[in-house]
Design a protein around this ligand. Structure first.
Ligand code: ACO
Length: 369
């Protein structure tokens, strides 16, 4: 029997500066009630450091949780829609910082489906015996692609990173089945302009071209249908049914999308884990951050069948079905923290609000609030 890929470590990094719905009310025509009812979000984080810094800390926490040294890793994969640089990859920068000298590295972009795509890739490599210990990170600094006066996009997304350590196991736990899908013909519904998030290379481009282009309603409908269909297909591949599922940890797209997709499958809300309320949609980082939060909340038990459906730009989708391993508690903890900051959320968003001001009939030199 070939080995399986089982999660043995999990960790997350949540940057400290919050952007609440009340903060958004100060810069756009919206209100807390509308945002919460339509999305389930009350607050999201704006990072004062690069996504690579978030990725590194999430990785250190996941390694400590697994009880592994960085030198033991064979491979590091980072899923991100907002890498700090295109080259070197975030994975290579994290490898250097960790001293994971025996690990290969690559980044992967499947937008919000990135963690599922990355896990599907490394599962095949673990099952074939090419690698044994792999770190998968989802890291995003999405705020760089937002226009914080555009109420149709900026309310949804937040920054953060999550990481999972996968190890080869001979037992029956681990990834049981995967499904990956895409419809490139619908890619136009969500477009991130090409930019590395380091610095703000805005000046060379027309203002309209540097912010997220997003068609919320078609994405909403596709995400509901896509996540439900993909989950059912993956369960069938694993020889399981929805009744076998103990917990769903979905991509945290929007509380209403999660609710509609899981209802469609007949999965009751008490079997669905969400943490979108205080983090927003963090794209590729959302599932690994949710794994950490689900573990900390005691929602994962030995042998549980866990479904991880995702849907995102591309358009891409995918699902993992896993049997959780025996361990639900961390082996150890990493004590490091991000560098502290005194910046307020409007300090961090000042350049953004000034830059996009002309698109909203304002002068860049005007007060930002
Ligand atoms: N505050 C107040 N009013 C608003 C806001 C806002 N932030 N945004 C829109 N409105 C208004 C609209 O102008 C519209 O007014 P009108 O009827 O007078 O024209 C009304 O509210 C309804 O707008 P809709 O766009 O129909 O609102 P909807 O219920 O579709 O919600 C939303 C918009 C939240 C963007 C929703 O479409 C959505 O969540 N889509 C999916 C987005 C997502 O999470 N995708 C995840 C997959 S992709 C990924 O994760 C990267």
């Amino acid at each position: 029997m070939s080995p399986k890929a089982v999660i043995t470590g999990w960790g997350k990094c949540v940057p400290p500066v919050e952007l609440t719905n009340q903060d958004l009310e100060k810069v756009m025509d919206t209100n807390d009630q509308w945002i919460f009812e339509r999305t389930g979000i009350k607050s999201r984080r704006i990072s004062h450091v690069e996504g690579t810094d978030l990725a590194e800390l999430a990785a250190r926490r996941a390694l400590a949780c697994a009880g592994l040294e960085p030198e033991e890793l064979d491979l590091i994969v980072v899923a991100s829609t907002t890498p700090e640089l295109l080259c070197p990859s975030v994975a290579a920068m994290v490898q250097d910082r960790l001293g994971a000298v025996n690990a290969g590295t690559f980044d992967l972009n499947a937008a919000c489906s990135g963690f599922v795509y990355a896990t599907a890739n490394i599962t095949g490599m673990i099952e074939s015996g090419f690698v044994k210990k792999v770190l998968v990170i989802g890291a995003e600094k999405l705020h760089i692609a937002m226009d914080y006066r555009d109420r149709s996009t900026a309310i949804l997304f937040g920054d953060g990173a999550g990481a999972a350590v996968y190890e080869a196991t001979e037992g029956d736990a681990g990834v049981l089945a995967v499904d990956l899908g895409a419809d490139g013909s619908m890619g136009y519904t969500m477009v991130f302009p090409s930019l590395g998030t380091r610095g703000e290379p805005y000046e060379a481009r027309p203002i309209e071209d540097v912010r997220l282009y997003f068609e919320g309603q078609p994405i909403f409908k596709m995400a509901v249908k896509g996540m439900a269909a993909s989950t059912e297909k993956t369960l069938e591949r694993a020889g399981l049914t929805v009744d076998d599922v103990d917990l769903v940890i979905p991509h945290q797209a929007n509380a209403r999308i999660i609710d509609a997709a899981t209802r469609r499958m007949g999965i009751p809300p008490e079997k669905v884990f969400t943490n979108i309320e205080n983090l927003g949609n963090t794209a590729a980082a959302s599932i690994p951050m949710a794994i950490s939060d689900a573990a900390a909340a005691g929602r994962l038990h030995p042998g549980d069948i866990v479904a991880f459906p995702a849907f995102g730009g591309g358009i891409t989708w995918g699902t993992l079905i896993m049997r959780w391993g025996q361990r639900t508690e961390p082996v150890g903890t990493h004590q490091g923290e991000l560098p502290p900051t005194d910046a307020t959320v409007f300090d961090l968003l000042e350049n953004n609000l000034r830059f996009f001001a002309p698109l909203h009939g304002r002068d860049s030199a005007d007060p930002i609030i």
